[in-house]
Ligand binder design. Structure first.
Ligand code: AMP
Ligand code: ZN
Length: 693
């Protein structure tokens, strides 16, 4: 049998090592304590993450975890990749190996009404020669599917659905998900080898936290928890996966000669082994099916995870076998899809927020309403044009939907409920913070407060941006501290940060010596932050992280950047006329040039270093490159960095615009086919490295 490589090679070695040192012996002393601690921590993990009923405090848990970590450090011979201490993940990068599913992972047929569910049942009965059927209903979780294999109670492999035939081996990421048992509890009657299938999900709470963080770092937001879960599961860094708080629910059990005759029995067993399951319920009549749908269409909104419908399955596993499947989906199950979630609530008032760049965002403040598991009180109205299109009046009843953004959006108005005499909503004409008359940027929907140097949220917003993780990475200055620094008169622009000292900081209200020292350490270290991130930190409109990189690589130093004309800038690949114009305007302002001079004087990196200059080429200029498969000489991350350093662009999917594919071993068949169809060249590691020589 093909065993999982990367992770479980080690287990074999460890196991054989163990046998040599202590043949058949029961572990004693510290070794026994390790075993005991692992069992205890597994149990507490299950109580906490599956049952939601912790029986010990977080501190006690941490205490046990620390004891185990210390003992494991002392006894490397007892290392186990499935120990609870390994749930934190590692930041070693992993190329994903492709694995063929033992049984293909199919999708489900869809239905949208009770009549369609009835049709499905009729077809199933006919297919079984008129035999009676028992039906079960369960939640349809909206995440990304996973297949996990267990051998002798230990998790051995977790594979994504992929194309249904082959998927990616994401074991190292999956074992960081705390509600998934790694080692089934002793004494339970699990089969020696089985596969469970379920859905990996990002709970609403984690999703919102993640998107907030990403918005702050100006990274693209995830459109929904499904995309977030799928993206997270494919990350190279399992420590980051662990941090993101994924969860999982299971709805299929597969294996040879399993001792169950119904799906409910199988799910009860799966649940008793410590997995979260999909709330399987037997439904005795079509009326019960109807009630089940009505019930969950409401109740699902309070669930902590996203659902997009229900799944109805026949309960008899023998009938599953008899009915079989079409090319795409089984004949013994069907999905029932809910209409997207939307609620109607009252608009209390509209507030206007001023961003770092002066753009004014209208925000609807609503009567609180429950939507997709969270209470919604605010919704974005985006801009004046949208308000006009929706024809919103004061105090309207509005429809709210949760889209991709963190803040839900208003999608319509119920004007039958409009109060007589209600006035259409009018956009503010002056900045709500500093009172300056607003300006509308030509060709854009946004209104802007032009008082860049005197409007507080713009000033503090630029400070927050400057210290951000992807810019100068100065820890300890959040929104509150930025406002405090500004209000105290210590920091009026980002260059003033470099005049701070511990003494000055601790004179501020409620400022601790420790936090002052942390900030000063960050400021000190920021002098080494590379030039490209300095450009990003300057808050030049339209210059995000990627554009900053392109600029650094092409212009090499700040003096050149400041003196270039819009035409010269626009001649750089990937820099459009809008960005070029914005850069020229930025440096036409004396205050901005002054900031650059003071930052230069403070010792920031205002040019590419010699080393960066040497490693940057334009050999891949304008090339769009897809990376696929597993590599021998460098990691995927390293290849990505090489592509960028040489002026190329790493893209994720194959299209006509792809220049070539950098392929390692095991490139997926679907990609192979697509490349052949579009006639795109495939280049292996050696050829690629030769290109860069
Ligand atoms: P779709 O992707 O819309 O064709 O729906 C099929 C997918 O629904 C399956 O591949 C599973 O990933 C997912 N799913 C979610 N909950 C369930 C469930 N309770 N039973 C079966 N599949 C489910
Ligand atoms: Zn203003």
């Amino acid at each position: 049998m093909q065993l999982q490589r990367s992770l479980f090679d080690d287990i074999d070695e460890i196991k054989s090592g163990e046998q040599e040192s202590m043949p058949n012996a029961q572990p004693t002393g510290e070794a026994a304590r390790i075993v005991e601690l692992r069992e205890m921590l597994n149990r507490h993990n299950h109580n906490y993450y599956v049952l939601n009923q912790p029986t010990i405090s977080d501190q006690e848990f941490d205490h046990l975890m620390r004891e185990l970590q210390e003992l494991e450090a002392k006894h490397p011979e007892m290392a186990d990749p499935l120990s609870p201490t390994q749930r934190v993940g590692s930041d070693l990068s992993q190329g994903f190996k492709q694995v063929t599913h033992e049984r293909p992972m199919m999708s489900l047929g869809n239905s949208y009404s009770i009549e369609e569910v009835q049709d499905f049942l009729r077809r199933a009965k006919d297919g079984l020669g008129g035999e009676p059927v028992e039906i079960v209903g369960e939640m349809k979780y909206d995440g990304t599917s996973i297949s996990i294999t267990y051998e002798n109670g230990r998790l051995v492999r977790a594979v994504t659905r992929g194309d249904g035939v082959r998927g990616d081996d994401v074991t190292a990421n999956v074992i960081t998900i705390k509600s998934i048992p790694l080692q089934l509890p002793a004494g339970t009657d699990y089969p020696s080898r089985f596969e469970v299938r379920g859905e990996i999900l990002m709970p609403w709470a984690s999703f919102e936290r993640l998107n907030k963080e990403r918005a702050f770092n100006e990274e693209p937001l995830f459109a929904n928890p499904r995309n977030a879960a799928a993206g997270t599961l494919k990350m190279q860094n399992s420590a980051e996966v662990a941090r993101r708080g994924l969860d999982a629910y299971f709805y299929f059990l597969l294996g040879d000669n399993l001792p169950y005759s119904t799906h409910t029995q199988a799910m009860e067993a799966v649940s008793s082994w410590g997995f979260k399951t999909a709330h399987t319920q037997v439904l005795d009549s079509i009326d019960e099916v109807s009630t089940f749908i009505e019930h969950w269409d409401k109740e699902r909104k309070a669930l902590p995870v996203a659902t997009d419908g229900l799944v109805f399955k026949l309960n008899s596993l023998r009938q599953w076998l008899n009915l079989g499947a079409t090319a795409k989906s089984p004949r013994w199950a069907i999905a029932y899809k809910f209409a997207p979630e939307r609620e109607c609530t009252k608009l209390k008032f509209v507030s206007y927020e001023v961003g770092r760049t002066g753009v004014i965002t209208p925000v609807a403040n609503l009567e609180p309403v429950l939507l997709s598991g969270t209470v919604v009180k605010r919704a974005s109205l985006h801009n004046e044009d949208i308000i006009r299109q929706l024809d919103i009046h004061d105090g309207d009843m509005v429809y709210v939907e949760k889209g991709g953004e963190i803040i839900p959006k208003i999608v319509g108005v119920d004007n039958t409920q409009r109060e007589s005499g209600a006035q259409p909503l009018r956009f503010v004409t002056h900045c709500p913070v500093c009172g300056t008359p607003l300006k509308r940027i030509e060709g854009e929907a946004a209104w802007v407060c032009p008082n860049k140097w005197g409007c507080k949220p713009q000033i503090t917003g630029r400070i927050e941006h400057f210290v951000g993780r992807h810019a100068m990475n100065i820890d300890g200055i959040g929104e509150e501290v930025a406002v405090q620094l500004h209000d105290s008169g210590l920091v009026n622009d980002v260059a003033d940060l470099y005049t701070l000292s511990v003494d000055r900081l601790i004179q501020l209200d409620r400022f601790q010596l420790k936090s002052a020292q942390r900030i000063m350490r960050g400021i000190e270290q920021s002098r080494l932050v590379p030039f490209e991130r300095v450009i990003f930190a300057l808050s030049i409109q339209f210059v995000g992280e990627t554009t900053a990189k392109v600029l650094a690589r092409n212009v090499h130093n700040i003096d050149r950047l400041m003196s270039m004309s819009a035409d010269e800038l626009a001649a750089i690949p990937e820099i459009g006329p809008k960005i070029a114009q914005s850069i020229v305007e930025h440096f036409a302002e004396p205050a901005n040039c002054d900031i650059v001079e003071r930052l230069r004087w403070a010792g920031l990196q205002m040019a590419l270093s010699e080393k960066e200059l040497a490693s940057h080429t334009t050999k891949l200029e304008g090339k769009k490159i897809v990376i696929s498969g597993v590599f021998q000489q460098h990691s995927r991350e390293e290849y990505k960095a090489m592509i960028e350093q040489n002026g190329g662009k790493n893209v994720s999917s194959i299209s006509k615009a792809t220049s070539f594919i950098l392929a390692g071993e095991n490139m997926g068949p679907a990609k192979m086919e697509k490349a052949a169809k579009l006639g795109i060249e495939i280049i292996n590691e050696e050829q690629f490295l030769n290109m860069l020589e």
